[in-house]
Design a protein around this ligand. Structure first.
Ligand SMILES: Cc1ncc(COP(=O)(O)O)c(C=O)c1O
Length: 418
């Protein structure tokens, strides 16, 4: 559990019965997701495990988000922007979809800035966040869209750089640390000393410099309701700070963390409510930014694995597959739906049951699925597609258990440092 309460994660897990007595009805999938997965499973003949982009479903997800935001922008008094979180899934195909749909890019390192620039994002559409945003060394860019400092030390140094023209950014500001939820990030504006220093540093900047505030706590961790309450607190803090800054124009940015199930509902209801609150209470807010990551990318990919062995017993069936937690490192934090394909090309969407899928690694915790229903005719050699395998499953995948590569890399470093 990553959160103080862990309740949202726990609730999601409890939704899947661990020991269902009887097989449930087969699960269903969105039409485009099934069409994409079927296409991959029926056509792929190569080595496994292998990750695939699910193109039609993904394009529709990006299009839907962009269209909803465009509609909201037309009705709102402020500009509203989506900034795709590069670190969550830096695949060029996804960044390309984001760019073509008018989204900005949100980066946490200079390597990500260069990646976004190379893929055609203008620097004015790049937002810089996080504690290591200048790593490994600052790139030369005309001007960023926004830079949000993560600490007072960073705010001191970067505000000097902004004032003397070394750092150009349309919006400059800070990430606020929430007062009621533990977070290692941002500046605790609720501390009076920090508040006065922030006001002093920001007031010193020329009046033409755009200012901004950033808030990020993952709603997938704290739950949608808590997130909404924290976001309202954030608006309150923005109002108080803004008064001390004589109501200068502000940009507000909301970091990502929306589960793909929660995201469309948030865009339909929670977000328009926040925008309306901003309009009523914070007329100095000119632009609102949302930074979705996994909401757009988690379902964009599947991992195809092959069945190595089938172990049947009266307790259920266990499949050993050639995929593992190394290719699905985020397997524990959200549900991964499974689709399989037999030798004749028949594709089955798995429901709940008594079977398990075990990874190839010699590690007790390398369990990919529990309480699932594998098709009766499943055999060694059949392919399974693990859905919901984009986002952190893709970007945090590691090479454990494949042999060789990381060991030789470490030896090289040891020899050099002697
Ligand atoms: C500042 C910021 N923006 C956006 C994101 C994207 O979040 P997610 O991929 O969980 O949607 C993160 C993730 O930690 C973040 O820290």
């Amino acid at each position: 559990m990553h959160t103080p309460s862990g309740m949202p994660t726990l609730a999601r897990r409890l939704r899947t019965p661990r020991t269902a007595r009887r097989p449930r009805r087969a699960a269903t999938l969105p039409r485009l997701l099934l069409t994409d997965a079927r296409q991959v499973l029926r056509s792929y003949r190569g080595e496994t495990p292998r990750r695939f982009l699910l193109p039609m479903y993904t394009a529709a997800t990006f299009a839907d988000a962009a269209e909803r935001i465009a509609r909201l922008r037309r009705g709102a008094g402020q500009d509203v922007v989506l900034a795709y979180s590069v670190k969550t899934s830096p695949a060029a195909e996804l960044l390309g979809l984001a760019r073509d749909r008018g989204m900005w890019a949100e980066a946490i390192a200079q390597t990500e800035v260069l990646h976004a620039l190379a893929l055609g994002f203008p620097s004015e559409h790049i937002i810089l966040n996080g504690p290591g945003k200048w790593w490994p060394s600052p790139s030369k860019v005309p001007a960023y869209g926004a830079v949000f400092c993560d600490s007072l030390a960073e705010l001191r140094a970067s505000s000097r750089a902004v004032a003397n023209g070394d750092l150009r950014t349309h919006v400059f500001g800070l990430r606020l640390r929430p007062a009621t939820v533990a977070s290692r990030f941002g500046i605790a504006l609720h501390d009076p000393k920090a508040f006065s220093e922030v006001v002093r540093l920001l007031r010193r900047l020329p009046r033409r410099q755009g200012l901004g505030l950033h808030f990020h706590i993952a709603s997938s961790m704290v739950g949608v309701r808590t997130w909404q309450a924290l976001a309202v607190n954030f608006l309150g803090a923005a109002g108080v700070l803004s008064e001390s800054l004589h109501d200068r124009p502000l940009t507000l940015s909301f970091g990502g963390g929306w589960h793909p199930d929660d995201w469309p509902v948030f865009l339909r209801t929670g977000f328009p409510e926040l925008v309306a609150q901003c309009r009523r209470r914070l007329p100095m807010v000119r632009r609102i930014v949302l930074e979705p990551g996994k909401a757009l990318s988690q379902r964009a990919m599947c991992l195809v694995v092959r069945v190595l062995e089938v172990r049947r017993s009266r307790w259920g069936t266990e499949l050993i597959v050639d995929g593992s937690v190394a290719e699905l490192p985020d397997i524990r934090s959200h549900t991964h739906r499974v689709v399989s394909c037999d030798a004749s090309g028949h594709v089955t969407v798995w429901g709940a049951g008594r079977d398990r899928v075990l990874g190839r690694l010699c590690m007790e915790y390398d369990i990919l699925s529990e309480a699932v229903q594998a098709p009766r005719g499943i055999r060694a050699g059949h392919l399974l597609a693990y859905l919901d395998a984009g986002a952190y499953d893709a970007s945090m995948a590691y090479s454990f258990g494949r042999g060789g590569v990381p060991v030789s890399a470490h030896l090289g470093m040891l020899r050099r440092s002697r």
